[in-house]
Design a protein around this ligand. Structure first.
Ligand code: COA
Length: 253
């Protein structure tokens, strides 16, 4: 079976790499679970000082696997997507290690919302950011309804989260959630440089300072729960099921 997620420790950094390029790095249940484990197991490991999340060159991620969405929305049992994706979001909310994201290409849905939990974001000039929840009949997730307006103001958050508009790398840089825009194919190398810079700083002082900047994990978890409840309801709506099916029939047309 192909490994769609690679986790490697390189000196003091843990690199989490999405590797499902044939599906634009769309995230499956298993990938969520393993990303979550990679973050959780770094928490009490003093050797890991920094985490990098990357999609490699050309694509960050097309978001949640829509086939999984469709299966979960039409199954009669509790949707496993809810538990795996939400577990990953909890891991992000409770994480205490600096996270750097390297975004080369599309960052869709959770590919964008996870960035608001990260501490430093690099994007290539070809990166785009979108949360097309509305087009899928869904609602925001990942505490994005809390973090996005806080980070870039209500109006920009509305255009992105509620209207489903796409942002370019320059838009995202201007909006403030991308630190730096680099040439395509260079995000990961640049992320490593940033990671080395952070790893060279006094670890305890970094952890305390970072905590001061972040919202308390309980606040994030509360919003994740609120959103997940609504998201779960919306996933089973006729609007959402029709949109999931339309994605795949689009391919056949
Ligand atoms: N879930 C499942 N499969 C996906 C996917 C997703 N989120 N995104 C892309 N794929 C698959 C496509 O079905 C296609 O598979 P196939 O080759 O077996 O038919 C393959 O990845 C390549 O995608 P394709 O659409 O042909 O590439 P593209 O360059 O024309 O477009 C995207 C790329 C990412 C813009 C487009 O695939 C897309 O919009 N994906 C859906 C994004 C989305 O709505 N995510 C959910 C957010 S909540």
């Amino acid at each position: 079976m192909t490994d769609h997620l690679i986790v490697s420790d390189e000196n003091t950094m843990r690199v989490i790499r999405l590797r499902r390029p044939e599906k634009k790095n769309a995230i499956t249940h298993d990938m969520y679970r393993r990303m979550s484990d990679a973050i959780d197991t770094a928490q009490n490991n003093p050797d890991i000082r920094c985490i990098i999340i990357t999609g490699g060159s050309g694509v960050f991620t097309a978001g949640n696997d829509i086939e999984d969405f469709l299966k979960d929305s039409t199954s009669n049992t509790d949707a496993p997507r809810i538990s795996n994706a939400v577990k990953f979001l909890y891991s992000l909310a409770h994480n205490v290690k600096p996270i750097i994201a390297a975004v080369d290409g599309v960052a869709i849905g959770i590919g964008t919302t996870m960035l608001f939990h990260c501490d430093y974001v690099l994007a290539s000039t070809t990166a785009t950011f979108s949360t097309p929840f509305i087009h899928l009949g869904l609602v925001p997730e990942g505490a994005s309804s809390l973090l996005m307006p806080r980070s870039m103001g209500h109006q920009r958050a509305f255009a992105t989260l509620v209207m489903g508009r796409t942002m370019t790398a320059d838009d995202a840089h201007l909006a403030g959630f991308v630190n730096v825009v680099v040439a395509p194919g260079h995000t990961e190398a640049e992320a490593r440089k940033v990671a080395r810079e952070i790893c060279a700083l006094p670890a305890e002082a970094v952890a305390i300072s970072r905590k001061l900047l972040k919202l308390p994990p309980e606040d994030l978890a509360r919003r994740i729960d609120q959103e997940s409840h609504l998201f779960g309801e919306r996933m089973r709506s006729n609007e959402a099921i029709a949109a999931f099916k339309a994605f795949f029939t689009r391919k056949k047309g």
